[in-house]
Design a protein around this ligand. Structure first.
Ligand code: GSH
Length: 219
């Protein structure tokens, strides 16, 4: 297989998704850190949209974390990150879509909201989404600690990076993950125990510092 290069930024949760997928698949790759505040002149040749993550493999270029992750998963059959069953695979993709359309946008809306009233409303909406995630994990109790059973998969990976950055919401907006969402809290703890997560994790203070501009409405 041709060498895979992943263009990433430590701070970026989208890039974090693709780093996790590559590590969980045990695929060798070269990680290229892009400074988002001072992007290299050549970067548009890798990704014309200018964003991370981007993947390069010979002449092949790919962008968008979720598409990259599907590709990574299909690069080899070992350590499959989607269920073998077609119906479960479709459900896994629904949760991946839910992560992208509901959970992730609310994370940023809350962080960017400057008025107390808006912050309260978005926090309440985000808590409803967390409860949906928790309900789903509770419904699957006994079927394994991950979104789809006993093996980590693309649904877990699509969601987890924002939980690694949750301290940012706690710090700037005072929003803790509610104690009663114990299935969700257990899932986060399980993810934190994975080697791929431990190897790529950053200290809480780093995230708090990096997201200061968002929280102050400067971004
Ligand atoms: N939908 C994209 C989002 C990627 C994205 O927004 N990445 C941010 C960093 S977290 C970025 O590179 N933004 C461009 C910039 O900062 O100039 C994906 O899933 O890959």
């Amino acid at each position: 297989m041709e060498k895979i290069e992943l263009f990433s930024a430590r701070v970026c949760p989208f890039a974090h998704r693709s780093r996790l997928a590559l590590m969980e698949k045990n695929l060798p790759f070269t990680l290229i850190e892009i400074d988002l505040r001072n992007k290299p002149d050549w970067y548009p040749q890798v990704n014309p949209a200018g964003a991370v993550p981007a993947l390069r493999q010979g002449d092949f270029r790919l962008r968008e974390s979720l598409i990259i992750n599907e590709y990574i998963n299909e690069c080899c059959a070992e350590s499959a990150l989607l269920p073998a069953n077609a119906q479960q695979r479709a459900e896994a993709r629904l949760w991946i879509d839910y992560a992208g359309s509901s959970f992730v946008p609310l994370f940023y809306r809350l962080l960017k909201a400057q008025q107390a009233e808006e912050q309260g409303a978005v926090a309440a909406e985000l808590c409803r989404v967390l409860a949906v995630l928790d309900d789903e994990l509770k419904r699957r109790t006994g079927e394994g600690p991950y979104w789809f059973g006993w093996q980590v998969g693309l649904s877990d990976i699509a969601l987890y990076p924002w939980f690694e950055r949750w301290a940012v919401l706690e710090h700037y907006r005072g929003l803790r993950i509610p104690d009663h969402l114990n299935a969700l809290r257990d899932w986060i703890e399980t993810m934190q125990g994975r080697d791929a997560v431990k190897l790529g994790s950053e200290p809480t203070d780093y995230y708090i510092d990096q997201y200061a501009d968002y929280a102050a409405g400067r971004k």
